[in-house]
Each structure stands twice: as structure tokens, then as C-alpha cells.
Design a protein around this ligand. Structure first.
Ligand SMILES: Nc1ncnc2c1ncn2[C@@H]1O[C@H](COP(=O)(O)OP(=O)(O)OP(=O)(O)O)[C@@H](O)[C@H]1O
Ligand SMILES: O=P(O)(O)OC[C@@]1(O)O[C@H](CO)[C@@H](O)[C@@H]1O
Length: 315
């Protein structure tokens, strides 16, 4: 079973538009609504693979009820933590050339008793979890050390932790030795405080996160693929993609792929890339099903192309 924790979930609204013209009334040609937040997406992808998952998340107000309803319709077990504030709505605007503009709301502020209730719910639902995936930004009210506390508690209870967050929350949690962290290129650059121009720069940055405590680093590098740096060294994997429709949730899909394939080693890395490549070819944050995956298209190598310039260098 894979337990996911999403402290700041969202109702994700995606609008497909011919072009995004600032200051104009833009008529959408398509719209969709998905239950969102990084851990929620991991649960959706894990469930699509037929593996058991439980999603722990605070839910409040009408958007919260809608998130719960959408997850229920997808057959995903939710361990809700009722909160007074309203669950946020995040907007994605997708243009035909693959450009995606995202507006993420701050979300509700969690009161002290709601924060405690969130930690307690994770504790109650951790029994039997192979992995606990802790994902996304922290809502107002939670200290940057919140994930560190969660990792410490989960380790004490014998669970393995995958952490996908950024900034001070990521740095603070490293000392508690999460089993794997999944930064994207920008988050990795921010964590080490310097830009990343090549795959080699990303390897060095990942090694630095390991020195700070991460046991393994699964770095997603957008169109370039992914990197796994662990005790066995570095591996690089990529897969061709015909056309990118929406990259929202591609990283979450790839983390799910990594965990359902065991959460360690090159085979799990290959599964991560197969899931990421499939996700970007689906609309909104639709998570891939096994029939969307093309595992044979993934190449994995220990001969990491260190000099390869990143398609989107991270500042
Ligand atoms: N433009 C692209 N072309 C091909 N594959 C892509 C592209 N963008 C993403 N992917 C695949 O999806 C994976 C995850 O993407 P990315 O690095 O953008 O994650 P992310 O920023 O964490 O995403 P999110 O936060 O939206 O979930 C990549 O490692 C890659 O396998
Ligand atoms: O604001 P956060 O927590 O960093 O990210 C939230 C979010 O952008 O992440 C998911 C995609 O990864 C979306 O479902 C959701 O809207």
C-alpha cells in the first residue's frame, strides 16, 4: 500500500485556449476539473496501476467537498482531515504549442488543532504502508519543519518516505534522511543555490542533497528525462514523446511509477520515466493507465550524459 500526504490539495481547473493574450477575454475551447495536489496525483496514478493507495489530505468548504467527490468517483480511498478554511482552486491554461501557465492559490491556513489532526491521521493510516509519499507545498500555518517532523515520525514507525517538496521545507527535511526526494530541475537548483545548465550539474546537485541527508535523489529534468542518484551511483533515463499536451502532474505520475516499481534502482527509474512520458501526452493532470505506458521506449544508462545541455536550464 502507498500512503500519500498532501497538506495543500487543490481543485485543479484546466482551460485549453487558442492563445493566452494578456488583458483580453480569452475563450477556452476546452475545460476540465481534476482533484489535485501532488500527493493526490500520486494516489491517482498508483490507483490507475491497480495498486492500493490511501490519500491523506485536509479538505474544507465546497471545493474540498468536490475534491472528495471526484476522488470517490475515481475509486480512491481518502483519509480526510476536515478543516475550516476552503480548499484552494488552482488554474492551468494550456496553449496548443504545449505552453502551460499555472496559477496556484495559497490555500487555507491550518489552525493548530488541524495541523495536529493531520499528523495524527498520517500516523493512524501508516500501518502497512510500503511507502509514504509526502508531496507538495505547505499551506499557511505549517512551519517549514513540518515535513521533517513527519519523516522522523514515519521512520520511527518503520515506513519508507518519498518526499516531493521544495525550498526551506525540503532543506529542513533532509536531515531526517528521507529515503528518496524528487526535485525537478528548478527545485534542485534552488536547493543548492546555483543554476543548472547540464545533466552533469544536476548530478552534482543531487550528490549535494545526498550529503545533506537524502538517501536517494530522483531528479526530474522535464523533456530531458530523469536522473537517479543513490548508493549505486548515478543513472539517467529518458523516453521520446511525440507531443506534449499537459505537463501538470507529470512529476507526480513519475514518482508514482517509481514507487510502484519498488522505489529503488534503475528499473524503478525506468518506470518513473515511462509514467512521466505517458502523463505529458494526456490532458490536464490525467494520470496514465498501464495501457498508456510504452516501457520499451525508455532507455536507462549508468553512462550519464554529463555534458548534455538541459533543454530548459534551471536558474
Ligand atoms: N516536455 C517533455 N517532453 C517529454 N517528457 C517530459 C516533458 N516534460 C516532462 N516530461 C516527463 O515527465 C517527467 C516529469 O516532468 P517534470 O520534470 O516537468 O516534473 P515536475 O516539474 O515535477 O512536474 P509536476 O510538478 O507538474 O508534477 C520528466 O522527467 C519526463 O520523463
Ligand atoms: O502548490 P504546490 O503544492 O507546489 O503544487 C500544486 C500543484 O500544482 O501540483 C500538482 C501538479 O504537480 C497540481 O495538481 C497542483 O495544482
Amino acid at each position: 500500500m502507498i500512503l500519500t500526504v498532501t497538506p495543500n490539495p487543490s481543485l485543479d481547473r484546466t482551460y485549453e485556449v487558442p492563445s493566452l493574450d494578456r488583458g483580453e477575454v480569452v475563450r477556452a475551447t476546452g475545460e476540465r476539473m481534476d482533484p489535485g495536489g501532488k500527493g493526490v496525483n500520486v494516489s491517482r496514478a498508483v490507483a490507475a496501476a491497480g495498486v492500493r493507495t490511501v490519500a491523506v489530505l485536509p479538505l474544507g468548504g465546497a471545493p474540498g467537498a468536490l475534491v472528495a467527490q471526484l476522488l470517490d468517483e475515481q475509486g480512491i480511498e481518502v483519509a480526510p482531515v476536515p478543516v475550516t478554511g476552503q480548499t484552494r482552486s488552482n488554474i492551468a491554461v494550456a496553449e496548443p504549442d504545449g505552453t502551460l501557465t499555472k496559477i496556484n492559490a495559497p490555500g487555507p491556513e491550518l489552525a493548530e488543532r488541524e495541523q495536529e489532526s493531520l499528523l495524527a491521521t498520517v500516523g493512524e493510516r501508516s500501518a502497512g504502508a510500503d511507502w509514504i509519499a509526502c508531496c507538495g507545498s505547505l499551506p499557511r500555518g505549517l512551519e517549514p519543519s513540518w515535513y521533517a517532523e513527519l519523516v522522523a515520525r514515519a521512520h520511527a514507525a518503520g515506513a519508507r518516505i518519498a518526499l516531493d517538496t521544495s525550498g526551506p521545507a525540503l532543506l529542513a527535511a533532509l536531515a531526517e534522511r528521507p529515503d528518496v526526494v524528487k526535485p525537478n530541475a528548478e527545485e534542485l537548483a534552488e536547493a543548492v543555490g546555483r543554476p543548472l545548465a547540464t545533466v552533469g550539474d544536476a548530478v552534482k546537485a543531487a550528490e549535494e542533497l545526498r550529503e545533506l541527508g537524502a538517501r536517494a535523489v530522483l531528479a526530474s529534468l522535464g523533456a530531458d528525462g530523469q536522473l537517479l542518484v543513490d548508493d549505486a551511483g548515478a543513472h539517467f533515463a529518458s523516453a521520446p514523446v511525440d507531443a506534449v499536451r499537459s505537463n501538470v502532474g507529470a512529476g507526480d505520475s513519475s514518482l508514482a511509477g517509481f514507487l510502484i516499481a519498488g522505489g529503488t534502482g534503475p528499473a524503478a527509474l525506468a518506470s518513473a520515466v515511462a509514467h512521466g512520458a505517458a502523463a505529458v501526452q494526456l490532458p490536464g493532470s490525467v494520470m496514465p493507465s498501464p495501457s498508456d505506458l510504452v516501457p520499451d521506449a525508455v532507455t536507462v544508462t549508468a553512462d550519464v550524459p554529463l555534458d548534455r545541455v538541459l533543454t530548459e536550464p534551471a536558474a
